[in-house]
Design a protein around this ligand. Structure first.
Ligand code: XUL
Ligand code: CO
Length: 438
């Protein structure tokens, strides 16, 4: 009989808001229709391998605090196999549809032997493929870890060392291949250490050109092998480097446009990265979505009192509401999903904590979805917003927007109208409407 890694948990099901069972959903009801679509299709949840299956609780000040049953005993590859089996048991019991991984999360590198490393990866990918077929769980996206090994200490695509670039290129080639093999809906480039610590040792312009070359090569290779998944880059302003090139959604957009990549990559927006950039999660989502760039989401949150990437599970209803409000208004997710790039706290040491964490995140997004759908259905906020821009719905507004007038045409109109005040923005009323819906 196959080993069971979570004997204490049965399948998690929807029991409704009054249930006292902590291992049930109170709000996430996958088949329930919201705004004409089942919740599971709006939310497209994914479990991330690196934190959920591999996280041991280490932080910059201390080692891991937990040894999960699938990591307990055996050689590296035996543990890798157990971990993959545990991953699919966990996701099946949780009733999530997707997973995400980095190459080196699922199969450990054979130090000093790239060919053997790839063989190890193939072995685990074959196992994962079988488990995908058995369970119906699908791959949301794959990626390559280009930031953990010391060879990437100065970056990968932006490394001053050519061999580091070449190594990263071969690693990404293989990672795209295995993502393709697993039927991945997408592939993520998070610029792990693509940035700098001091400009005094950095050729910024050259590094950015190299990053663009690297991405173009990946786009070409994708076409070559017929991989049709969506490519994403993931903005993050800092950490581990002082300055990361993919700073935020707007910086990524400028980079993609400048280098002719805008048709090939969308954005994977992460909540905690947004706040590190001094933005709200909502801002990054709204910028991306309104420019046709929103591809996928790493669903987590930071800690308001800590200035780093704490990757906590999303529990803030206000944030999930804003996220779903933006998604619903811009047509929702297509290839992407809500990937829980989040880790349980260092003091949460039991396998069951992983269930509590994901259940909380899923219920928080389910509530956000329902609240956002209600706000849109009521139409009161949208009415206030369109009223706010009402002066633009005039012949003059149309002419300005259509590039039919210049400064000299506007001058006499300004003199005649001599505007002295504009209408109230009604922010407090809008905030009340949101809280009423919650
Ligand atoms: C790091 C981060 C990554 C990416 C994938 O902050 O978010 O885990 O999501 O490489
Ligand atoms: Co992420």
């Amino acid at each position: 009989m196959a080993k069971v890694y979570f004997p204490e948990v049965e399948k998690v099901v929807y029991e409704g808001a009054d249930s006292q069972n902590p291992l049930s959903f109170k709000h996430y009801n996958p088949d329930e229709l919201v705004a004409g679509k089942p919740m599971r299709e709006h939310l497209r949840f994914a479990v991330c391998y690196w934190h959920t299956m591999k996280g041991a609780g280490a932080d910059p000040f201390g080692v891991g605090t937990r040894v999960m049953p699938w990591c307990d005993g055996g050689d590296e590859m035996t543990i890798a196999e157990h971990t993959m089996r545990a991953n699919f048991e966990f996701i099946s019991k949780l009733g999530v549809g997707y997973w995400c991984f980095h190459d080196r999360d699922i199969a450990p590198e054979a130090e000093g032997d790239f060919v053997e490393t790839n063989k190890r990866l193939d072995r685990i990918v074959a196992l994962a493929k079988g488990l995908q077929d058995e369970t119906g769980i699908r791959l949301l996206w794959g990626t390559a870890c280009l930031f953990a090994h010391p060879r990437f200490m100065s970056g990968a695509a932006t490394s001053p060392n050519l061999d580091a670039f070449v190594h990263a290129a071969a690693q990404v080639k293989k990672a795209i291949e295995v993502t393709h093999e697993l039927g991945g809906a997408g592939y993520v480039f998070w610029g792990g250490r693509e940035g700098y610590d001091t400009l005094m040792n950095t050729d910024l312009r050259r590094e950015l050109e190299h990053l663009a070359r690297f991405l173009h090569m990946a786009v070409d290779y994708k076409k070559q092998i017929g991989f049709e998944g969506q490519f994403y880059i993931e903005p993050k302003p800092k950490e581990p480097t002082t300055h990361q090139y993919d700073h935020d959604a707007e910086a990524c957009y400028a980079f993609l446009q400048h280098h002719g990549l805008v048709d090939h990559l969308k954005l994977n927006i992460e909540a905690n990265h947004a706040t590190l950039a001094g933005h709200s999660f909502h801002h990054e989502l709204e910028f991306a979505a309104s420019h046709g760039l929103l591809g996928s989401i790493d669903a987590n949150r930071g800690d308001e009192l800590l200035g780093w990437d704490t990757d906590q599970f999303p529990t803030n209803l206000y944030d999930t509401t804003m996220c779903m409000y933006t998604l619903l208004r811009h047509g929702g997710l297509t290839t992407g999903g809500l990937n829980f790039d989040a880790k349980v706290r260092r003091q949460s040491t039991e396998p069951t904590d992983l269930f509590h964490a994901h259940i909380g995140g899923m219920d928080a997004f389910a509530r956000g979805l329902k609240i956002a759908a209600k706000l849109i259905d009521e139409g009161r906020i949208e009415g206030l917003v369109s009223g706010r821009y009402g002066t633009w719905d005039s012949e003059l507004g149309r002419k300005i927007e259509a590039d039919e007038v210049g400064l000299a045409d506007l001058e006499p109109i300004a003199h005649e109208r001599n505007v002295t005040s504009v209408a109230s923005s009604r922010q407090e009323l809008i905030e009340n409407l949101i809280n009423d819906a919650i």
